[in-house]
Write a protein that binds this ligand. Structure first.
Ligand SMILES: [Zn+2]
Length: 94
């Protein structure tokens, strides 16, 4: 694991905790910082990070706290409190 990846993991954990404690703005700051680290180091972001951050407002998404998760037509639809939705294909276990 590179230092950049480690920093991203750390920021991810901090963002998660900030949302749990109700500090959405703090979570946004961590998410934005993690995105910048990834960009500068060209290492990409882990899949869980991409799935659990809002593209529109950068908040870290926690289902039941600030996000709704629904299954729809073979997709997982995650709706952020800001109204933005992201959809991912859903592969049921065989
Ligand atoms: Zn949002």
């Amino acid at each position: 694991m590179t230092i950049a990846e480690e920093r991203i993991e750390r920021l991810c954990a901090l963002a998660k905790r900030a949302v749990r404690e109700g500090h959405d703005d703090r979570a946004r700051a961590y998410v934005q910082r993690a995105r910048r680290v990834a960009e500068r180091n060209r290492c990409g972001l882990p899949r869980t990070f991409k799935r659990f951050t809002c593209d529109a407002c950068d908040v870290y998404l926690r289902p039941g706290r600030n996000a709704r998760v629904r299954l729809q037509d073979g997709h997982v639809v995650i709706t952020c409190d800001c109204g933005a939705q992201s959809r991912y294909p859903y592969h049921p276990r065989q």
